[in-house]
Design a protein. Structure first.
Length: 298
């Protein structure tokens, strides 16, 4: 991912901002209950990564939101980027418009939060380019209406999360190297959350419990056993990955991750990646590269 943001004034009314939209892992994911509306109550440790998508925003005075992408299938109005822009539009001048280009690098629908991160980056970018200047907490509240993981990316800190993922407690944890592997199968989040066999009664833990635990012996993903049973390719890929290092599923899958002591050993495993998987090596970061990029663009 390019870590250097750029902001430029091409002409009197056109400003361009290029920003990262990092991925996340759920280092653990516990389901502790269910809300009255059917949504599940979670406890999770969100780890932000230094790898992700990249989005370019060129503000203009046309009043129109225009989205293009290196994957044309993502150019529709249901894209979370478009929906995030639309959510801010009423707060901007009527003439506020933007041309957006999404460089989609992350696998989609795999539990890496790419769509949510794209939405969060869009909220920050247009808050600035359209001179709306909402505080971060208000951007996060708008983001929550777009998806449960959006507030994490808006706030921009690796965090212990509760509720449906919106009650965030930033947590500085050791920044490890991960190999992230996405098997070529789509796991439906809705299918996982409606399945009768899903574990829904994990005991509630405290933030102190999180700091005194680690991936090797304590952490688990309550969706993992179900997804492994329903999706044989996830099971086979996890069996392969675990030979290299402690491994886990992120979110509701299908992506998996393994924690390595250094980048060289992670890249060695990546070189052996099975043919039906995508993979990348990333570093966990306590502070999102988005925040650094926004500062740089001041
Ligand atoms: C569980 C997480 C952990 O990061 O999974 P991933 O999406 O990352 O895999 C997320 O919070 C997912 O949040 P989000 O991505 O917004 O969920 P959606 O796709 O909108 O959810 C699809 C469906 O799953 C159910 N759902 C989702 C989240 C939740 N906490 N409880 C639920 O019961 C709801 O029925 C919802 O309609
Ligand atoms: N900008 C976007 N990037 C990726 N997916 C998007 C985007 N906007 C909407 N979507 C939709 O959201 C779904 C979930 O995307 P994503 O955030 O990548 O996965 P997950 O929630 O499993 O981490 C995709 O399957 C896609 O249909």
């Amino acid at each position: 991912m390019s870590s250097l943001p750029s902001i430029s004034n091409n002409q009197q009314h056109s400003k361009t901002l290029t920003l990262p939209a990092p991925a996340k892992l759920n280092l653990f994911l516990h389901i502790t209950g269910r809300r009255a509306d059917g949504y599940h109550l979670l406890q999770t440790l969100f780890q932000i990564l230094d790898v992700g998508d990249e989005i370019q925003f060129s503000a203009n005075q046309t009043g129109v939101i225009q989205l293009s992408c290196n994957d044309p299938n993502l150019e529709g109005n249901d894209n979370l980027i478009y929906r995030a822009a639309l959510a801010l539009k009423p707060l901007a001048a009527a003439s506020a418009g933007v041309d957006i280009f999404l460089q989609k690098n992350l696998p989609m629908g795999g539990g890496l939060g790419g769509g949510s991160s794209d939405a969060a980056t869009t909220l920050h970018a247009l808050n600035k380019l359209w001179s709306i200047n909402l505080p971060v907490a208000e951007l996060a509240a708008i983001g929550l209406k777009l998806g449960a993981d959006v507030p994490l990316f808006v706030e921009g800190y690796t965090a212990f999360a509760e509720g449906v993922g919106e009650k965030l407690q930033p947590m500085a944890i050791p920044e490890k190297t991960y190999l992230v592997v996405t098997p070529a199968c789509h796991v439906s989040t809705a299918e996982v959350f409606t399945h009768p066999d899903l574990i829904r009664n994990s005991p509630v833990i405290s933030a102190a419990d999180v700091l005194n635990s680690d991936l090797h012996k304590d952490w688990r993903n309550d969706c993992q056993s179900l997804v492994v049973r329903l999706y044989p390719l996830v099971a086979i890929t996890l069996q392969w990955l675990v030979e290299y290092a402690p491994s886990r599923m992120t979110g509701t899958g299908a992506s998996l991750f393994a924690e390595f002591p250094d980048e060289i050993s992670a890249r060695r495993a990546l070189a052996d990646l099975p043919a039906n998987c995508r993979g990348f090596v990333a570093r966990g970061v306590n502070r999102s590269p988005l925040l650094a990029a926004l500062e740089h663009a001041e």
